[in-house]
Design a protein around this ligand. Structure first.
Ligand code: AMP
Ligand code: MG
Length: 460
């Protein structure tokens, strides 16, 4: 099967051709079968392993790694790029990218590899986000190997195959703008318009920027409503299509805490949970700076002024749904805020507490919630149909969340015992997180004592 890759039409300023570097004793440890079907990828598992480990070429041309720049923790880095990932081809309108298949000219001295531990986390989080209706890059497969890589300890290398309509980041535009290559900024914008925003007119650069603002605002609103913390919101980790991309030290919040910072290396809390909405706006401003040669400044500014409105509207709809509110009541916002305040002071689990609202007949949240719960009952009884409210709540309050300890159990089994069944269990629960899965009730439990001190840091 030979496919071509549109991104390469952009020309040599945008990427370098690379050769994937072989890993030892590779095993296909999981496949996203639904995605494989959606892509209409008709290959045997044996061939899939060869393609997804970089041994067999998918496209006519060799893989490519692209160059981009980015603001990392507030500071501009003029050249980054796909240091350990490469696009291998396009299938069914999606780009396939291998993460961890070796070095590229953009590796900056690093080894081009990804460790099994972080690959399992990215693989599982990709399906978890899909299950939660949060825009994300997807993951087709995970391949493990016996090749060793050196981090804090020696670890096994792995490769995930990432799938997205486009892997273009804000940083791609920043790279060309910072070099004063306005023609390439325009070329890239034309490419995005033509291939990813066909509903817009040719050269509607402002329309493109408005689309990025809109999709970013929706993505962030959904992160906030579902307690997702990305951890490394640098502009090179922001997708032009508003997809969650580059999973590193991400975490779903457990005990509710707006100041929660999942990345252990982020000592200033720059990317804390509550700052995500304003950081995304700051990142959009950096994208606006990079688009100044093709969009007038007053238009960029005006477009940015809509970001907050879009975000607040989406967030508010989701939060109201979580509480089962269909009618509008003037006290709804304060009722929701009081609940979050209580969760924070009582260190209650965000997701479990939301699920407990579903048993609306009695307060199962604890005595501290008595008074709040009475107000809530009064409010929910105003709804025309309690059943309808409960149905709505069941669609937005997940039973299953990718808690760090659950991922850790799957990682331990894979690393220590070469057993991958736990990955499959989590995959199936997270793919449909709002459903009941008989026999897997314990997977919705809060973290056990041993897992409370798990720490996550930047890329690995
Ligand atoms: P991240 O924060 O994981 O998105 O990575 C930031 C930059 O470092 C990106 O340009 C990555 O491609 C690059 N990078 C991270 N880890 C490696 C690695 N092991 N080898 C080569 N490049 C890497
Ligand atoms: Mg990155």
């Amino acid at each position: 099967m030979k496919s071509s890759l549109k991104f390469k039409d952009l020309g040599g300023d945008f990427f370098a051709h690379v050769k994937t570097q072989k890993l030892e004793d590779t095993i296909l440890i999981h496949i996203n079968e639904n995605l494989k079907q959606e892509l209409n990828l008709k290959v045997t598992d044996k061939d899939l392993l060869r393609i997804c480990s970089g041994e067999k070429q998918l496209a006519k041309e060799s893989p490519i790694s692209s160059v981009y720049a980015g603001h990392q923790f507030g500071y501009f880095v003029p050249q980054l790029g796909d240091g350990r990932s490469c696009l291998i081809g396009e299938v069914g309108g999606y780009e396939l990218s291998l993460k961890g298949a070796g070095t590229s000219p953009f590796s900056r001295g690093a080894d081009g590899r990804a460790v099994l531990r972080s690959s399992i986390r990215e693989y599982l989080c990709s399906i978890a986000m899909q299950g939660l209706n949060i825009p994300t890059t997807k993951a087709l497969s995970i391949v493990s190997s016996n090749s060793q890589v050196y981090r804090e300890h020696i670890e096994n290398a792995a490769i995930i195959t990432r799938v997205a309509e486009s892997h273009i980041r804000f940083g791609h535009f920043e790279y060309f703008a910072s070099k004063g290559q306005d023609e390439n900024v325009k070329k890239l914008a034309d490419f995005v318009l033509q291939h990813h925003m066909p509903e817009l007119n040719h050269r509607d650069y402002l329309g493109l920027f408005k689309n990025v603002i809109h999709s970013t605002a929706i993505m962030i609103a959904r992160w906030q409503a579902q307690g997702f913390s990305h951890g490394v919101m640098n502009t090179d980790n922001m997708s032009i299509l508003g997809l969650t991309i580059d999973y590193g030290p991400f975490s779903f919040m457990e005990a509710y805490d707006p100041g929660f910072t999942c990345n252990h290396s982020d000592t200033q809390g720059r990317y804390s949970f509550e700052r995500q909405p304003s950081v995304a706006l700051w990142n959009l401003q950096r994208l606006a700076d990079a688009l100044k040669s093709i969009i007038q400044e007053d238009q960029l500014k005006e477009a940015l002024s809509f970001y907050e409105k879009i975000l607040v509207k989406e967030y508010s709809n989701l939060m109201r749904s979580k509480f089962g509110f269909i009618l509008q009541d003037e006290d709804d916002n304060s009722l929701i805020n009081n609940f979050l305040e209580l969760l924070y002071t009582k260190k209650k689990d965000y997701h479990q507490s939301m699920r407990q609202l579903l048993s609306q007949q009695q307060n199962t949240l604890g005595d501290e919630f008595d008074s709040w719960f009475k107000d809530y009952q009064r409010r929910i009884n105003k709804e025309e149909s309690l059943n309808q409210s409960v149905a709505l709540m069941n669609q937005v309050n997940p039973k299953y969340i990718l808690r760090n300890y659950l991922a850790e159990v799957a990682i331990r089994k894979a690393e220590d015992l070469n057993e991958f069944d736990e990955i499959d269990i989590l995959f199936r629960l997270l793919e449909k997180p709002f459903d009941n899965h008989d026999g897997y009730e314990s997977y919705d439990s809060e973290a056990p004592e041993w897992a409370k001190s798990l720490e996550l840091s930047c890329s690995s």
